[in-house]
Design a protein around this ligand. Structure first.
Ligand code: 5GP
Ligand code: ZN
Length: 141
């Protein structure tokens, strides 16, 4: 486990956290700097920096847990919805290099916006480019 990973520290019990779920592969705890009350992080217990490096069974476990917990998180804080999101890589704003799924409670009229509000404008992509990107994704590993 990387010495300087705060989530490995939490998983090892060396850093305190408000834990809301744990099993053999996955743990969930409250974010120390929440975007909203109940903001929860779901992490694999094994250290993986990026989503693309995780074995499929771990991905399944993490995302299944996020799916199951989102309703409980929302109910606990009486939210109207949740944003479930991953910052995957520094370019996407990932600061802690241990995969984590954010569950952020959302309330009617809060100032969070949709995931689309991360960008000021839409990308301009031609039909040919859409076709070509779709082929590349389909044919990739
Ligand atoms: P990222 O930008 O990497 O997706 O988000 C990392 C999240 O981890 C941030 O929301 C931050 O508040 C949270 N975080 C960072 N260090 C700790 C910690 O030691 N304990 C907890 N509970 N959350 C942390
Ligand atoms: Zn870690």
């Amino acid at each position: 486990m990387p010495e300087d990973c705060p989530f490995c520290g939490i998983i090892a019990g060396e850093i305190p956290s408000y834990t809301v779920y744990g099993d053999e592969d996955v743990m969930a705890f409250l974010d120390v700097n929440p975007l909203a009350r109940g903001h929860t992080l779901v992490v694999p217990k094994k250290h993986h920096p990026r989503v693309s490096g995780i074995p499929a069974e771990t991905t399944d476990a993490v995302f299944q847990t996020a799916g199951r917990l989102s309703g409980r998180v929302a109910t606990a804080v009486d939210a109207d919805g949740t944003t479930i999101a991953v910052n995957d890589g520094p370019a996407a704003g990932q600061e802690v290099p241990h995969v984590h799924v954010h569950i952020v409670p959302r309330f009617d009229g809060d100032d969070g916006g949709a995931i689309h509000s991360l960008f000021r404008s839409q990308a301009s992509v031609s039909d040919e480019e859409l076709q070509s990107v779709a082929e590349d994704i389909k044919d990739g590993d």
